[in-house]
Design a protein around this ligand. Structure first.
Ligand code: CMP
Length: 141
């Protein structure tokens, strides 16, 4: 089993898509280990997306990610990172596979409904960004 982080972004939260997205990930075999709803401050969004700080879309991304509530969700499954990336689809919602979460709930390459960690190292960092060790205690077998 390994873990990954998914964010439901402000566009999808505003559409009321939290329940449908959770249902899609649970149907794909993920266990929801923890979930919190919060609104990021600009400094937090900048830190979370710091690898993109030189990109031309960075300030728009920070503005978008702080425009409303998000859900941060800790998910567990075998091969969690790759499985979730496939389930959400390509970054640009217009190009995402039909039926993928971004195709269903996103709009374009910024308003793309969800984020998912892109490697196990990113997952470790991103889970620690939103959750304490105590909030991620492994469940008993
Ligand atoms: P995410 O997977 O959360 O990782 C970085 C985010 O930056 C991405 O989803 C999009 O929301 C946004 N993004 C990536 N590429 C672009 C782009 N070309 N223009 C605008 N936003 C982008």
């Amino acid at each position: 089993m390994d873990s990954t982080l998914m964010l439901i972004k402000p566009d999808a939260m505003q559409k009321g898509a939290l329940g449908e997205i959770l249902s899609a990930v649970q149907k794909a075999g993920f266990t929801v280990r923890n979930l919190k709803i919060l609104r990021l401050r600009a400094a937090e969004a900048k830190e979370f997306y710091s690898e993109h700080r030189e990109r031309p879309f960075f300030s728009d991304l920070v503005e978008f990610m702080t425009s409303g509530e998000i859900a941060a969700i800790a998910l567990e499954r075998n091969d969690a990172v790759a499985t979730l990336r496939k389930l959400i689809g390509a970054t640009d919602s217009r190009l995402a596979d039909p039926g993928s979460i971004r195709a269903r709930f996103g709009t374009d390459n910024q308003r793309n409904a969800v984020h998912a960690s892109d490697s196990t190292n990113s997952a470790r960092r991103e889970l620690a960004f939103f959750f304490s060790t105590r909030e991620l205690i492994p469940l008993p077998d």
